[in-house]
Design a binder for this molecule. Structure first.
Ligand code: ATP
Length: 273
């Protein structure tokens, strides 16, 4: 039986976020508010993202999912109109602390966008790109890392004989896996995925979903999706946002089969009345 449809009180939210033991937290978000000029996009959000799990953010268009995702690797720094309050802690360190190197943060916390965005260069050079920005690697070692990244992104078998062809000749699904390989090559701890399969056909979508499930053995994944089946299939935890607030957060099985609030159930089942 569902609770009355009121926003959770701060006390209940606190209980939700405490479910994830402190030693298992990758990100800790505390009272995060983000505004674009006078438009508040996220309002006093607190939650913990567990390490080596897939956490999905769901909610209606404009509820703040992408705004939250972009906060995890400080992409909002590029927009002067954005104001932020609250804390974002990655593995025990506040990411806005003066000693944090933003380029290193973005290496540790990679991002994959909705539309595949390979660079107009060869498949090989796409994956080598981030590596070249790091300490110079001997070519043999670099080739090994590139093979490992393409294998990890489930693309190696399809491209191993055409590494020096243009990445733009790949299909959309292959391009998205190439972008994931490029992200993996610099050995991130977290990969943020903003609707990574929404521009892809069903077969490519299933490949990306399988990839996400496999990657969590050594990575933390945070997924924004409008596809409820996808959130249910791949995520371990699901957070439901509405109008910039965290409405419900918990184990995906529970959120999908026994949500606490009617508004969560209505959103998941597509009920609008
Ligand atoms: N650069 C921006 N400048 C001004 N307002 C913005 C900007 N980006 C987002 N917003 C506003 O902030 C709110 C949250 O947007 P956000 O993109 O985070 O939502 P979302 O849940 O990811 O939406 P969607 O599912 O449609 O991608 C919306 O009202 C949006 O119009």
């Amino acid at each position: 039986m569902l609770m009355a449809d009121a926003s959770p009180t701060p006390a209940t939210l606190h209980e939700i976020v405490r479910d994830i033991p402190s030693t298992d937290r990758c990100f800790e978000i505390e009272d995060l508010t983000i505004a674009y000029g006078d438009k508040t996009a996220l309002s006093g959000l607190s939650l913990h993202v567990p390490r080596h799990r897939v956490t999905a953010f769901i909610g209606p268009s404009g509820c703040g999912k992408s705004t939250l995702l972009r906060a995890f690797n400080r992409l909002h720094d590029l927009n002067e109109d954005v104001a932020r309050q609250g804390r974002i802690v990655l593995e025990g360190q506040e990411i806005h602390a003066p000693e944090v190197d933003v380029a290193d943060l973005r290496r540790r916390v990679g991002m994959v966008f909705q539309t595949p965005n390979p660079f107009p260069m060869s498949i090989y050079e796409n994956v080598a790109f981030g590596l070249r920005l790091q300490a110079a690697l001997p070519k043999r070692r670099r080739d090994e890392v590139i093979e490992w990244a393409l294998e990890s992104a489930a693309l190696w078998d399809e491209v191993k004989h055409r590494l020096h062809e243009s990445a733009l000749l790949l299909s959309g699904g292959q391009q998205q896996r190439l972008v994931i390989a490029r992200t993996l090559a610099v050995q991130p701890e977290v990969v943020l995925l903003d609707e990574p399969a929404s521009a892809l056909d069903p077969i490519s979508t299933l490949k990306i979903e399988e990839l996400i499930r496999n990657l969590k053995s050594h990575l933390t994944l945070v997924l924004v999706t409008h596809n409820m089946q996808q959130a249910a299939r791949v995520s371990d935890y699901t957070a439901f946002l509405e109008e910039g607030e965290l409405i419900e957060y918990g184990a995906t099985d529970t959120v999908f089969t026994n949500p606490r609030l009617a508004r969560t159930e209505n959103y998941i089942t597509g009920r609008t009345d």
